[in-house]
Design a protein around this ligand. Sequence first.
Ligand SMILES: [Zn+2]
Length: 496
Amino acid sequence: MNKISENNRLREKYPTFEVPSSLYNVIHVNRCSSMRELQLLIKHVQECTNFTIDTENEKSNGKLALIQIQSIPQQLPISIILVELAHLPSDNDKYNLIRELFMLIFRPDNKLYSWGDAARELQPAASYDLFMWPILATIINVQLHFPNWYMWARTRCESCSLSIHDEDNDTDNVNTQDICHQPSPYKPGEAWALQKAMVYAAQLFIDKSYTCSHWAAGLTSKNSTLSETRRNTMIHYALYDCFSTTYLVKPIFQQWTFDKLKNTSTTELFTSFEPLPVPTKITPPTQKNRIKNLNVQKLMKIFGCDESDLESVSDDDGDEIYLNQVIGPVNNNELAGEVKQLVAGGEDYELVAGGEDYELADEVNTEEVLATQDVQDINDDQQIESNEPAQYQRKSSYQRRSRSAKMRHNRKHARQQKKHRFDHQIRRKFYHRFKSFMIRRILRLYQIPFVHMKKDQDDVVVGLRNEDIRRQADHDLATTIFHRRSFYYYKNKYQW
Ligand SMILES: [Zn+2]
């Protein structure tokens, strides 16, 4: 069955998921937004720490065109923000307000819920200079957590639980038509479509017929080439992808039964999220999670600045609010641990101590994570040959060996490593003005745990430890990352 007829079949079979329009305000962020609108929006998102996020790509070129962000506030109405990347204002003041908006939404300690890999979807927007990359807020891919919750919830559903036993035994006489919650139509590990998830868990229909649309054509009357009817249907679609994701967050992370979900109002589902624990089994702490353990204020404390210094490290383009928002209680033990880690990182300590640039602090975040990772790697395979400083204090047999034995070991190991260091590689074309240190710095910025890097004619070749890491790096690093445009962006950013 093709997608359209499947969509129609579901539309006929299930009631449509509706959120009363009194519960939300739609705010378009584009060149028609007024300063007043943007200021009010900033005020609103300052009070929120949880958001749902989604994106849409333009049909004609596949490029990221729309970012939808739904706030999950303490009190209704919620705001649903539609950022039209192809129609951003050229006006500096407005652009700065939009930047401020993103800084607030993406600030560390915020949670961003999404259906799918939002970080990957958002990466192309990093070049708009609206937010720092990588994003410091925690991005939680609800899609990954859905299957386990769904399986569990079926065991708690009275009529379903009876039939689960039969399904497990593969008996032929199971009539799944009578079951209120069908067994998963997916293989283990396969990703659930949001539409399917809503149908299976809540017996509600969401329309998916506008997934592929001209999202860059403009959604408000002043900037659009689309008819009003068309625009309204597209907006509706864009909102409901966010709404549906939000709808499933509490049930999944607070382990609700289907009955509880059914008997809970949308109002409750859409407001006042307490910090929800994320099951660690499904998402082990990643580099990105660890990065958040070190925030700006902690850095300030580490380097003996007080709050009045915060302003002096921010640049002049409206980051002050962001920096103030970062402040949270600091635990001294935690801090001591971080100082140790920072010192272990060597050169980075000086970098921040002398630095006046907030961006540098961000960079240290990344470095710190990489340093931790490296210590781990060294312990894993005694690897020394690497681009990273190797001055970590290890209490291993390796250290107690004689100097010549160590050198022998190093040479032998280095030879072996050299032979294999590009076994797992990715290649990116580079603009000739990129120097090696710049490339390394960008690789670290993107948290690519590279073993080695070299230039090969027009290509940067990045060696990685294994195939899994290679695949992840290939995914994380845009193909245009070292192109000319990127060179000028980073040159400007880091004052090279
Ligand atoms: Zn059931």
